[in-house]
Design a protein around this ligand. Sequence first.
Ligand SMILES: Cc1ncc(COP(=O)(O)O)c(C=O)c1O
Length: 378
Amino acid sequence: MNDRLPILDLSRAYAEIRDEVRGALERVFEAQSFILGREVRTFEEHVESYLELPEGSAIGCASGTDALILALMALGVGPGDEVVTTPYSFFATAGAVVRLGARPVFADIDPATGNIDLAEAERRLTPRTKAFLPVHLFGQTVPLEGISELCAKRGVAIVEDAAQAFGAWRRVENRIARAGTTGDVGCYSFFPTKNLGGCGDGGMVVTRDAERAERLRRLRVHGEGRTYFHEEVGLNSRLDALQAAVLDVKLPHLERWNADRRLCADRYRLFFESRGLTDRVVLPEELSGNHHIYHQYVVRVPDRDRLMAHLDGLGLTTRVYYPLPLHLQPCFAFLGGRPGDCPQAERLSQEALALPIFPGLEAEEQERLVEAVAVFMA
Ligand SMILES: Cc1ncc(COP(=O)(O)O)c(C=O)c1O
């Protein structure tokens, strides 16, 4: 085995399912049917039952970015509309809003989780707000139960960006609310590095509203109703059969893989605690009632860049998610964002450091990394 510890090693989980994946790929090639079709519908059905959603509510599409664009299109978001969202996410969250001619309005984050601060979000709702777009960052669900009622009262739709949180959940009263199933539309990404990842780009939208599901199904094929008859202008955003076949092999393993990520998170905590580092390394916090799936394991540290370089020199790979909050991205300068607008997000972008986490990561590898952090901080 290579001595370098990668941030993510997909080959370990793949080794468990190699034969199944190859069988599924072979089936697609034998059928010579590559776009949508039976493979995609079967995977959609399995997602519907996994997420406990009604039949027809899951719609596969070409990427997580397209899932966001399709969701916002289906809700009629366009020029003149505002969408309240987080400044701390992958670019696509706000990019999708701007792509449709609407305006992202950034509410600062809760420093404990990195997720949008719901009180800040509420303060940014205006009569122009068409949608609220929370992101379940790093695999931890935003507690939406409070704000859902307010949004419903004010006619604000909720689009959940669950690209990093497939399978994460939150206990709400006596039931489990899976990330992506609480709002009006939930969006997922199956980018290969996601916890449920394909062998290329892929995404999905889910909605409990049957009419909206029908519209989404049209929107992903150029707004086509009957073949060659177009009711509106949509996208070309279809999930392909190869992705669906691979994802369908992986889905039954996901709970176990997510559990393995949680085990890795527990081990990091143990190692950091046993070396007395938790006063200098802030570990991710799991909110009460939440089932965090640790899509990323992001700690906060002072002097982050030097620590990162130190670890890199020892063959230990880390990453920064995200070095520049969205309100400060050059392409969004027209929105008028300034340093100091979202101080918590700006501070996290200086301190956040993602450590390796993936199914199959070994305790010794984690210990080696924590030991290197201890040496740096001694
Ligand atoms: C929070 C978030 N939203 C949206 C996306 C976009 O997904 P994709 O890369 O599949 O377009 C990603 C992943 O890359 C993401 O992490």
